[in-house]
Design a protein around this ligand. Sequence first.
Ligand SMILES: [Fe+2]
Length: 213
Amino acid sequence: MGTFVVRQRDTTCHTLLYAAHDAFRRDLDRLAAAVAAGKGGAAHVRAGWDNLTDQLRMHHDLEDRLLWPRVERAVAGRPAERAVLAEMRAEHARIAPLAARVDAALAGGPPQDGAAVAAVRDLREALEAHLRHEEAAALPLAEAALEAGEWRALAADAAGRCAAGAPLFVPWVVDGIAPVDRSRFLTALPGPVRDRNRVLWEPRYRKRRLWSA
Ligand SMILES: [Fe+2]
């Protein structure tokens, strides 16, 4: 989890964004291993994949609706910076059909294993390229362009929109990650959220046995 970065400033937003990226990478590793082993059709793999696609959709939606528009306003009149944000939107749009291809291949059952391996490989390559691009260009741009008050407003908007997803998002992020990353992530969350995760969300998440039987 070397890319897990906690910034000094705007800790919560950055922690959530970077932690989600690493959770995508972790889940795609799991998915690739499962399809390579011919287990793409197993119920626990299907459940892990369904959750991964939900998380991916929510993450891109949050960036496209709440984060990029704020950065676009902040860099109005700066074409090079605006181009980076347009690339983010275009890359998000290219991920959705690749995920749909994986979905179809997984639903196809064992005869489709070869197709599933290829579809997962293509999704993984495209998503990794996108995440790297975002981490190298778009998130540093957002950090430079947005004032602390805008990050607070973004966090409030995101909390309103994503509150229903927190019981799954928090345990999903920390599923299987290194202890140091786990405590860094949990420390960035409000105390009551951390408590609820420990008492309710993580035990419930573990019972779902995503990815592993
Ligand atoms: Fe992202």
